[in-house]
Write a protein that binds this ligand. Structure first.
Ligand code: NAD
Ligand code: ZN
Ligand code: ZN
Length: 346
């Protein structure tokens, strides 16, 4: 089969690899139908994720059709259409039993990281019963690719951890696919204001179409002053960080109101200054999380019932064999106006 292979920092190729086989009784082999590229794949290619070793097939998102199941898989059969979660979970360890699938002792984020991933014609998915989701007949399978990672990430790490409630004021820093996924799912709770903050005017335009009540370009305007003026000089009830750099986390510290929440989503590579000299008396809550994907079944219902339309996040489509071109487009979001790119295994 053909697959997108990481060959060390800066090097990737579309090459022939052996088709995966069942290794454990709980595995399934899925014929990939549609997959996508994540910002994390770009981090891997930069060499930022050293556990990923040369020869690894990348990708942790996608939908497909079950080709083969291990002897212990009960919920699926050959021919079933499935959504592949970015998190593999055994369902039996202490962390899984707490709903913290991301910290599963035998799984977690392993696809396209510690084991071969979904940017291929076939993929081996461990713990299939607990890590794949049956796609209802007639569902828009392309839209469901957004449920492998970014929608549960925006919802669990941003919206749920940020405790967004009706009438709340919310600021989301970062209007990439993950920040936009938080924007879409925040609207389940009817906040009174959702202020999107980014440095890219095109992404802020998209945010307006997705339901942001205000947008602020932080390279052109003073965000703290603007947010204060929009919130009666108070600040927001919930500040969501969806970039992953010190400046944007510190911005959240400056715009959260007393009693509010700072919900971090971004992957941080550097330490961040925590301003306890101003925050100690402010009754705020700071949360961090690696996406657990425990809300995937619920999100699947909201998509199939058309309450949520994640298809809006897809800007480009390619055949899977053009994946190198797809990487070029996804790596230049400013120039290409790219959010999510879909590759189809035709
Ligand atoms: N916690 C988790 O489980 C989890 C899961 C997936 C992704 N993530 C992380 O979420 C973050 C967002 O992911 P994404 O795919 O949307 O990334 P992205 O790079 O596509 O989007 C980031 C956005 O931030 C904007 N930005 C950059 N610098 C800025 C600044 N100084 N001020 C305001 N905006 C700025 C960019 O213009 C871009 O639109 C990343 O850090 C990613 O690694 C976390
Ligand atoms: Zn991802
Ligand atoms: Zn587990």
């Amino acid at each position: 089969m053909k697959a997108l292979v990481y060959n060390g920092p800066g090097k990737k190729s579309w090459e022939t690899k052996p088709r995966p086989a069942i290794l454990d009784a709980t595995d399934a082999i899925v014929k990939v139908y549609k997959t996508t590229i994540c910002g994390t794949d770009l981090h891997i290619l930069k060499g930022d994720v050293p556990e990923v070793t040369p020869g690894r097939i990348l990708g942790h998102e996608g939908v497909g059709v079950i080709e083969e199941i291990g002897s212990a898989v009960n919920n699926f059969k050959k021919g079933d259409h499935v959504l592949i979660s970015c998190i593999s979970s055994c369902g039996k360890c202490d962390y899984c039993k707490k709903g913290m699938y991301s910290h599963c002792e035998k799984g977690g984020w392993i696809l396209g990281h510690l084991i071969d991933g979904t940017q291929a014609e076939y993929v081996r998915t461990p713990f299939a019963d607990n890590s794949l989701y049956k796609i209802p007949q007639g569902a828009d399978e392309e839209a469901l690719v957004m449920l492998s990672d970014i929608l549960p990430t925006g919802f669990e790490c941003g919206v749920l951890n940020g405790r967004i409630s009706p009438g709340d004021t919310v600021a989301i820093v970062g209007a990439g696919p993950v920040g936009l996924a938080a924007l879409l799912t925040a609207q389940f709770y009817t906040p009174s204001e959702i202020i999107m903050i980014d440095v890219d005017d095109n992404r802020l335009e998209v945010a307006k179409k997705f339901g942001a009540s205000r947008t602020i370009n932080s390279s052109k305007e003073n965000v703290v002053d603007k947010v204060k003026s929009l919130t009666g000089n108070k600040g927001v009830d919930c500040a969501i960080e969806a970039v992953g750099i010190p400046a944007t986390f510190e911005l959240c510290e400056s715009i959260v109101t007393a009693g509010g929440h700072i919900a971090n989503i971004g992957v941080h590579g550097k330490s961040v200054e925590l301003h306890l000299e101003t925050l100690w008396a402010q009754n705020i809550t700071i949360t961090t999380r690696l996406v657990d994907t425990v809300t995937t079944p619920m999100l699947l219902k909201t998509v199939t019932s058309k309450k949520l339309d994640p298809q809006q996040l897809i800007t480009h489509r390619f055949p899977l064999s053009d994946i190198i071109k797809a990487y070029d487009v996804f790596s230049n979001p400013g120039k290409e106006r790219a959010l999510k790119v879909i590759m189809t295994n035709e």
